[in-house]
Write a protein that binds this ligand. Structure first.
Ligand SMILES: Cc1ncc(COP(=O)(O)O)c(C=O)c1O
Length: 488
């Protein structure tokens, strides 16, 4: 195949189109930016919109790629070590849904960690698959979820001959990678495909100081948020199908075409094209610089009293515990933003998380060091102490019994019941206290006394929850009855 990684076919097609200066009688309605409101244009300029185009002659079609998009996806597959690559303009979320739908039909069992991203739950709802959850593990020093140990997956694979797919996360949001090889080897021995949520690992393939990528380890499907750790615009992700995948690329493509928008953004597509080019041509050097910068920052931060960095597998993720400073991560994030103009990726009760890419500079990093030094030297009243009882959140309870599939529960006739009266009911929603974001309940699961007590505890501590319709968690949505399919 004639592939030159310096090529950026989508960008080339857009340059060509831009030069032609066609009078637009097509979508989008802003007409090369002319119709864009002045206030927005004062932030963005108008140039940007001239390549916000649609499927026009010479610009190919994401849903039937034959020209520049086809070529760009082929270049990406070669660069990331995949057999076939598909671009997603709907993030990794959409890729995860498509991957689960390609592997599982109604009632099929899929093994997945309890701390899987909510898009995996959406994949279960869309496909009708039956989850076989593996409890998440907790790293107690930092209070964060980890990927479960491989042995837990192997036990399930050995007992459940009916399993149709395995889903893993590599790495976690906080930068801890999973030991994937034994899971992939054992699943493949049984003919079971492995899907990897590699949202946070699109850079892994390009530097040997980073964990191995899912494609390099022989996974069947990996989905990466090119927009998170590389330079694609928000929503730009890639779904890679392995060279020897048990799942046919066409089966995944078929699902992507019903999930993705029919008006994909060419700005996103072009940024996927250039993000691939940057990595393929110069990735090792760019990542070398990034890793050096991140390790240097980590070293400096670790000398500050009361601050500890987590031993993340991805050096580009800096997870910093501020617990011993007597402050919450939220308070530290606010302090850095207000006093040092530093915006962190995430804050929770105990930590802040920094994400470092080659878009950062040494000067950026120095601001973080200055900010944390200043905070460590400041008086306690500038901070908000972490609630002492927060540790109670990190109990690992046994998983509730699963009575219905997430799809059955999600589409059931629902009713809201007071949490105190929900014993024995089947949840129709997700309840996930954050942190650590691990669902206490998923749709289809039976509510027991332990769960009711945990919800009461979460309420008392005023901890945020994800997924629940009632943010105060006074009521919970439960299954009233299953919907019947009415005859046409
Ligand atoms: C582990 C994980 N998987 C998947 C996603 C979804 O990615 P996207 O935002 O690209 O849809 C996220 C988003 O934060 C994530 O953290």
């Amino acid at each position: 195949m004639d592939l030159n990684q310096k090529d950026v076919p989508i960008v080339g097609a857009l340059e060509f189109y831009r030069k032609a200066r066609y009078f637009s009688f097509h979508m989008p309605g802003h007409k090369n930016g002319e119709g864009i409101d002045r206030r927005l244009a004062s932030i963005t300029g108008r140039e940007f919109y001239k390549i916000d185009l649609t499927e026009l002659p010479g610009l190919d079609d994401l849903h039937a790629p034959q020209e520049c998009i086809k070529k760009a996806q082929e270049l990406a597959a070669a660069a990331f070590g995949a057999g076939k690559t598909f671009f997603s303009v709907n993030g990794t979320s959409c890729g995860i849904q498509a991957a689960i739908m390609a592997c599982c039909k109604e009632g099929d069992a899929i093994v997945l960690p309890r701390n899987a991203h909510r898009s995996a739950l959406a994949g279960l709802i869309l496909s009708g698959a039956r989850p076989v959850w593996v409890p998440a593990e907790l790293e107690r020093n930092f209070g964060i979820p980890l990927h479960p140990a491989p042995r837990k997956f192997l036990e399930l694979l050995d007992t459940g001959k009916h399993i149709k797919a395995v889903f893993c996360i590599n790495p976690t949001y906080h930068g801890f990678s999973a030991e994937l090889s034994p899971i992939i080897e054992n699943a493949h021995r049984l003919g079971v495909p492995v899907i990897i949520d590699e949202a946070h690992g699109p850079h892994f393939h390009f530097h040997n100081m980073l964990p191995a990528s899912a494609m390099d380890l022989g996974a069947d499907i990996a989905i990466q948020s090119t927009h998170k750790m590389l330079t694609a615009l928000n929503q730009g992700s890639m779904l890679h199908v392995g060279r020897e995948s048990l799942i046919k690329p066409e089966a995944v493509f078929e699902q992507l075409t019903i999930l993705q928008t029919t008006s994909p953004s060419y700005l996103i597509l072009a940024s996927l094209d250039t993000a691939r080019m940057q990595m393929a041509v110069n990735g090792e050097k760019l990542l070398e610089k990034t890793i050096d910068m991140a390790l240097n920052l980590k070293q400096k931060i670790e000398t500050i009293g009361g601050i500890r960095c987590a031993p993340t597998d991805d050096p580009c993720k800096l997870l910093i515990s501020v617990k011993e400073l007597g402050a919450t991560g939220f308070a530290v994030a606010e302090y850095l933003r207000e006093n040092f103009n530093v915006q962190v990726e995430l804050a929770d009760l105990f930590n802040i998380l920094l994400l470092i890419t080659f878009g950062n500079t040494k000067e950026d990093c120095q601001r973080v060091v200055d900010g944390l030094n200043s905070l460590a030297g400041s008086s306690m009243d500038k901070r908000q102490a972490a609630p002492k009882r927060a540790a109670a959140l990190f109990k690992v309870s046994t998983l509730p019994e699963c009575e219905l599939t997430p799809r059955e529960a999600w589409f059931s006739v629902k009713r809201a019941v007071p949490v105190e009266e929900a014993r024995g009911c089947i949840s129709a929603e997700i309840v996930a206290p954050y942190p650590p974001g691990i669902p206490l309940l998923c749709p289809g699961e039976k509510i027991n006394d332990e769960i009711i007590n945990q919800i009461k505890e979460i309420r008392a501590m005023e901890i945020g929850v994800q997924g629940s319709r009632d943010p105060k968690l006074l009521h919970i949505q439960v299954v009233d009855s299953l919907r019947r399919i009415t005859a046409l």
